[in-house]
Design a binder for this molecule. Structure first.
Ligand code: FES
Length: 165
Protein backbone atom coordinates (compact mmCIF):
# COMPACT_ATOMS: atom_id res chain seq x y z
CA UNK A 1 0.00 0.00 0.00
CA UNK A 2 1.33 3.42 -0.89
CA UNK A 3 1.85 6.15 1.69
CA UNK A 4 -1.04 8.12 0.17
CA UNK A 5 -3.41 5.22 0.53
CA UNK A 6 -2.44 4.78 4.17
CA UNK A 7 -3.18 8.45 4.82
CA UNK A 8 -6.55 8.16 3.13
CA UNK A 9 -7.60 5.35 5.44
CA UNK A 10 -7.46 7.62 8.52
CA UNK A 11 -10.86 9.10 9.31
CA UNK A 12 -12.20 11.14 12.20
CA UNK A 13 -14.11 9.16 14.81
CA UNK A 14 -17.41 10.97 14.58
CA UNK A 15 -20.22 11.03 17.19
CA UNK A 16 -22.28 8.70 14.99
CA UNK A 17 -19.66 6.02 15.37
CA UNK A 18 -19.19 6.63 19.10
CA UNK A 19 -22.96 6.30 19.62
CA UNK A 20 -23.09 3.17 17.49
CA UNK A 21 -20.38 1.50 19.55
CA UNK A 22 -22.09 2.54 22.79
CA UNK A 23 -25.43 1.24 21.57
CA UNK A 24 -24.10 -2.20 20.57
CA UNK A 25 -21.30 -2.56 23.11
CA UNK A 26 -23.00 -5.19 25.27
CA UNK A 27 -25.05 -6.97 22.65
CA UNK A 28 -24.05 -10.42 21.45
CA UNK A 29 -22.99 -10.52 17.80
CA UNK A 30 -22.43 -6.77 17.97
CA UNK A 31 -19.39 -6.57 15.70
CA UNK A 32 -21.37 -7.13 12.52
CA UNK A 33 -23.90 -4.45 13.45
CA UNK A 34 -21.20 -2.00 14.44
CA UNK A 35 -19.21 -2.48 11.24
CA UNK A 36 -22.32 -2.32 9.07
CA UNK A 37 -22.95 1.10 10.57
CA UNK A 38 -19.33 2.14 10.15
CA UNK A 39 -19.20 1.07 6.52
CA UNK A 40 -22.48 2.85 5.86
CA UNK A 41 -21.05 6.02 7.33
CA UNK A 42 -17.58 6.08 5.69
CA UNK A 43 -18.24 3.89 2.64
CA UNK A 44 -15.60 1.48 4.00
CA UNK A 45 -14.05 0.47 7.31
CA UNK A 46 -11.06 2.72 8.02
CA UNK A 47 -8.25 1.01 9.91
CA UNK A 48 -8.08 3.60 12.65
CA UNK A 49 -11.83 3.20 13.25
CA UNK A 50 -11.45 -0.59 13.46
CA UNK A 51 -8.73 0.00 16.07
CA UNK A 52 -11.00 2.37 17.98
CA UNK A 53 -13.76 -0.25 18.09
CA UNK A 54 -11.29 -2.90 19.21
CA UNK A 55 -10.20 -0.75 22.16
CA UNK A 56 -13.70 0.37 23.09
CA UNK A 57 -15.28 -3.07 23.22
CA UNK A 58 -12.17 -5.02 24.19
CA UNK A 59 -12.03 -7.31 21.21
CA UNK A 60 -8.58 -8.02 19.76
CA UNK A 61 -7.92 -6.24 16.48
CA UNK A 62 -6.96 -9.58 14.90
CA UNK A 63 -10.49 -10.90 15.62
CA UNK A 64 -11.96 -7.80 14.02
CA UNK A 65 -9.81 -8.22 10.91
CA UNK A 66 -10.88 -11.87 10.72
CA UNK A 67 -14.51 -10.79 10.56
CA UNK A 68 -13.90 -7.95 8.13
CA UNK A 69 -12.01 -10.18 5.74
CA UNK A 70 -14.43 -13.11 6.07
CA UNK A 71 -17.46 -11.18 4.84
CA UNK A 72 -17.20 -9.92 1.26
CA UNK A 73 -19.54 -7.09 2.13
CA UNK A 74 -16.90 -5.30 4.18
CA UNK A 75 -14.06 -3.38 2.61
CA UNK A 76 -11.14 -1.66 4.26
CA UNK A 77 -10.25 0.40 1.21
CA UNK A 78 -11.82 3.80 0.58
CA UNK A 79 -14.14 3.75 -2.42
CA UNK A 80 -12.88 5.13 -5.73
CA UNK A 81 -14.81 7.81 -7.63
CA UNK A 82 -15.53 5.33 -10.44
CA UNK A 83 -15.96 1.61 -10.30
CA UNK A 84 -15.32 -0.84 -13.12
CA UNK A 85 -16.28 -4.49 -12.63
CA UNK A 86 -15.34 -7.06 -15.22
CA UNK A 87 -17.19 -10.37 -15.09
CA UNK A 88 -14.81 -13.31 -15.06
CA UNK A 89 -17.52 -15.97 -15.06
CA UNK A 90 -17.09 -18.81 -17.55
CA UNK A 91 -18.99 -17.30 -20.50
CA UNK A 92 -17.33 -13.91 -20.13
CA UNK A 93 -13.93 -15.45 -19.59
CA UNK A 94 -14.26 -17.53 -22.75
CA UNK A 95 -15.37 -14.48 -24.69
CA UNK A 96 -12.41 -12.29 -23.81
CA UNK A 97 -12.95 -10.81 -20.34
CA UNK A 98 -9.25 -11.15 -19.62
CA UNK A 99 -8.47 -8.83 -22.56
CA UNK A 100 -10.82 -6.25 -21.05
CA UNK A 101 -8.97 -6.44 -17.74
CA UNK A 102 -5.62 -6.10 -19.50
CA UNK A 103 -6.87 -3.07 -21.40
CA UNK A 104 -8.09 -1.33 -18.24
CA UNK A 105 -4.87 -2.15 -16.41
CA UNK A 106 -2.82 -0.70 -19.22
CA UNK A 107 -5.03 2.38 -19.50
CA UNK A 108 -4.96 3.06 -15.76
CA UNK A 109 -1.35 1.94 -15.37
CA UNK A 110 -2.23 -0.68 -12.78
CA UNK A 111 0.56 -3.04 -11.86
CA UNK A 112 0.13 -6.64 -10.72
CA UNK A 113 -2.97 -6.96 -8.59
CA UNK A 114 -3.45 -3.23 -8.04
CA UNK A 115 -7.12 -2.29 -8.16
CA UNK A 116 -6.96 1.46 -7.71
CA UNK A 117 -5.58 4.01 -10.13
CA UNK A 118 -2.94 6.18 -8.50
CA UNK A 119 -5.32 9.15 -8.23
CA UNK A 120 -8.01 6.80 -6.83
CA UNK A 121 -10.41 7.90 -9.52
CA UNK A 122 -10.94 4.31 -10.67
CA UNK A 123 -11.24 0.93 -9.06
CA UNK A 124 -11.06 -2.19 -11.17
CA UNK A 125 -12.61 -5.35 -9.85
CA UNK A 126 -13.05 -8.86 -11.19
CA UNK A 127 -16.43 -10.33 -10.32
CA UNK A 128 -18.23 -13.64 -10.79
CA UNK A 129 -21.17 -14.15 -13.15
CA UNK A 130 -23.61 -11.29 -12.92
CA UNK A 131 -26.35 -13.15 -14.77
CA UNK A 132 -26.12 -11.64 -18.26
CA UNK A 133 -24.06 -14.42 -19.85
CA UNK A 134 -25.88 -14.02 -23.18
CA UNK A 135 -24.21 -10.61 -23.49
CA UNK A 136 -20.71 -11.79 -22.60
CA UNK A 137 -18.22 -10.38 -22.07
CA UNK A 138 -19.99 -8.16 -19.58
CA UNK A 139 -18.79 -5.32 -17.41
CA UNK A 140 -20.41 -2.81 -15.13
CA UNK A 141 -19.23 0.77 -15.24
CA UNK A 142 -20.39 2.71 -12.21
CA UNK A 143 -23.17 0.18 -11.80
CA UNK A 144 -24.36 0.28 -15.41
CA UNK A 145 -24.24 -3.09 -17.18
CA UNK A 146 -22.61 -3.17 -20.61
CA UNK A 147 -22.47 -6.26 -22.80
CA UNK A 148 -20.42 -7.53 -25.76
CA UNK A 149 -17.65 -5.19 -24.73
CA UNK A 150 -14.45 -5.05 -26.75
CA UNK A 151 -11.06 -4.06 -25.34
CA UNK A 152 -11.08 -0.79 -27.28
CA UNK A 153 -14.44 0.08 -25.69
CA UNK A 154 -12.81 0.13 -22.27
CA UNK A 155 -10.43 2.98 -23.05
CA UNK A 156 -13.23 4.93 -24.67
CA UNK A 157 -15.49 4.46 -21.64
CA UNK A 158 -12.76 5.78 -19.38
CA UNK A 159 -11.94 8.69 -21.71
CA UNK A 160 -15.62 9.64 -22.07
CA UNK A 161 -16.06 9.47 -18.33
CA UNK A 162 -13.01 11.66 -17.73
CA UNK A 163 -14.32 14.19 -20.24
CA UNK A 164 -17.65 14.35 -18.41
CA UNK A 165 -15.96 15.47 -15.19
S1 FES B 1 -20.38 -15.29 -17.01
FE1 FES B 1 -20.36 -13.13 -17.17
S2 FES B 1 -22.42 -12.62 -16.97
FE2 FES B 1 -22.42 -14.74 -16.67
Amino acid sequence: MSENTALLTEEPIVDNVKNLVEEWEDVEGNLIMIFHGIQKHYGYVPRNVAKYVSEEINVPLTRIYEILTFYNYFTMEPPADNHISVCMGTACYLNGAKDLIDEVKSKLKLKGNEQYSEDRKYKLEEVRCIGCCGLSPVITFNGEVKGRVKPEDMSKLIDDNNNKE
